[in-house]
Every structure is written in structure tokens, then in C-alpha cells.
Design a protein around this ligand. Sequence first.
Ligand code: CMX
Ligand code: CO
Length: 140
Amino acid sequence: MFMRIDHIGIACHDLEEKIALFSQTFELTVVAREVNEEQGVKEAMLHIADGEGGGSYIQLLEPLSQDSPVGKFLARRGEGVHHVAFGVPDVAEAIDRIGGKGVRVLDERPRHGSMGSQIAFLHPKDVGGMLTELVQATRP
Ligand code: CMX
Ligand code: CO
């Protein structure tokens, strides 16, 4: 079902500061910047490598408000790894298969993610404490 790790999502207070840190430390390039109102984030994708069905990235996330998922996470736990995202060939199919095993799927239908992708989240409490995102990258 999983083709690659699509991205690691990192929650931060100051997006520009963390873009500078990650791009300089790891010599990575920012390939996309977006505001995703539905997810409540301002974000940047830093490219690592290309893999099966899409690339792999670090996703830096600054919350748009304190009551958004990332805003709440920062208040509770501080900056750090927020979620892990796996590349899947078909996110709707992955939701059905994983949901059928009793894992809570937070998005009944795929939502809009970074760079035109289709995404869905799984509840961290049902996946060993890891907030999990499924990503179907856009076809070129
Ligand atoms: N990783 C691991 N555990 C997490 C977590 C995370 N990122 N966020 C919350 N939790 C834990 C909490 O610590 C809490 O555990 P305890 O009860 O043991 O303390 C439990 O989950 C429930 O937390 P909560 O505060 O009641 O729930 P929230 O209102 O914070 O919602 C969640 C949690 C996962 C349902 C919500 O953050 C969500 O729907 N996330 C999906 C969307 C999202 O994260 N969007 C931003 C990224 C967008 C992108 O990647 O493009
Ligand atoms: Co993500």
C-alpha cells in the first residue's frame, strides 16, 4: 500500500526561521510554499529525493490560528515532528482498506494537500501515537 515516505511534517512557530535552518543545515531546496486554509497552515515543502509515485520532502508547518491542529500541537508539545506522511497510489482506496481494519480515518473523503496532492489523516491514537497522513501525489 505504501510506496515511499512522502514527507515528515514539522510544527514550528516561525516558518521563515525554520526554512532558513533546514535549508542551510541539510542543503535542501524549497520547492513549494502554500497557505492551506482548510488545514489551518502556512507551509513550505523542502525536496529530498524523487521516489515511486512522487517525491519525498520535509514539510514545515506554521499554524494560521491557535485552535488549528498545528496550533494546538504547538501549545501542548512545542515545536517538533507533527506527522508522518506515506505515499499511496490511490488515497480513496487506502482510506477504505485502512478504515476497514478499525483505524479511525479523520477524513472520510480525500482533501486538498500540498502541491495538488490528495490527502487523508489517520487518528494518532490508533496508529501507535503517530499522526499519519496518506498522500496521493498529482500525476505529472
Ligand atoms: N501526533 C501524535 N499525537 C497527537 C497529535 C500529533 N500530531 N496531535 C494530537 N495528538 C494526541 C494528543 O496528544 C491527545 O493525546 P492525549 O489524550 O493522550 O493527551 C490526543 O491525540 C487527542 O488530542 P486532542 O487535543 O483531543 O485532539 P486535537 O483536537 O488536537 O486533534 C487530531 C488531534 C489528530 C485529531 C487533529 O490534529 C487532526 O485532525 N489532524 C489532522 C489534520 C492536520 O493535522 N492538519 C495539519 C497538517 C496539514 C498537512 O500536512 O498538509
Ligand atoms: Co503533511
